[in-house]
Design a protein around this ligand. Sequence first.
Ligand SMILES: [Zn+2]
Length: 356
Amino acid sequence: MHGLKTTGYKAGLNALYWSGVHKLFAPHARGAGAILMFHRVRPAGGSRFQPNAHLEVTPGFLQRVVERAREHGLDIVDLDEAKRRLLEPERERRFVVLTFDDGYRDNFTEAYPILRTLGAPFTVYVATGLIDRTAVPWWETVVALIERTARLRLRIGGQDFDLPTGSLSERRAAARILVRELCRVDEDTQRTAVDLAAAANGVDTQRMLAQDMMSWDDVRALASDPLVTIGAHTVGHYALARLRLERARCEMDASRDRIEAMIGVRPRHFAYPYGSALTAGEREYDLAAELGFATAVTTRRGVLGSKSRLTALPRISMNGHYQSTRYVDLLLSGVPIALERQIRGWVGKGPSSSAR
Ligand SMILES: [Zn+2]
């Protein structure tokens, strides 16, 4: 799914690394701090069909990121402290915030023990429907559907698809087509299509949820540690910009109410599902402010500075395709982002930003 582009982007990053140019530029490019984005943290799987591999890193890589950030003289801080430092960036030490999206169980079982040992604060943005088992991470269901079929037939918004899914290349092609088509239709059509296909092909989404996502007991256990901040990430994990205003507002507000009801702490921070320009924009940034969130994060790439808008904060994705210390050094320097136009010019579009 990302093969060629990833290879090209890596070549660009390598050229940049060996040129040493990032060290020269870094003081100007790196900003006051950065918010790092993770999803899953688990040991590397053996399968060659992993269309969501960009959304997961290994526990060892997570540990290296924290250690490396500290070696760079960066403090690991929580979002409240980051907000405070952003108001006076020139007087404060540079910082990094660690964030994890969605509420995957491995955040509790794999990431938490490491971060507790390192004394590193972090935030988990929880989509409450995933914890209540009323919403399904459709991108995981698509993988399960392709893995258990040799030929996948499904209907998406009135259009029929009949995709071979026997070989590795067929599986990769099917994943590419399905993700593209499922992001084209409206949010309810998307979910209906995936749910019907899951039911027709014996994919047990409730079992997937129980296996992959945290329970409320897990969330409560995390929240009881002062190192951990629980943020809101909507109820149903819909692309907010594609919902009508009232529904978008309700998704944001209701997730905060639900988390407060279940763990006793009202979330002050929010992450937009998907977080790209097409899925969260001005209307959503205003909504987050109106609802009183102290900060809200996107998945747009960037470092933080005094001009950062608190309800449209950029992040740096810790992409599973880039798990080396060299890339961490580069990303923390802020230079690849400052020079992204040039890098894009050399090698194409750069790594996929298709976060969830
Ligand atoms: Zn998400």
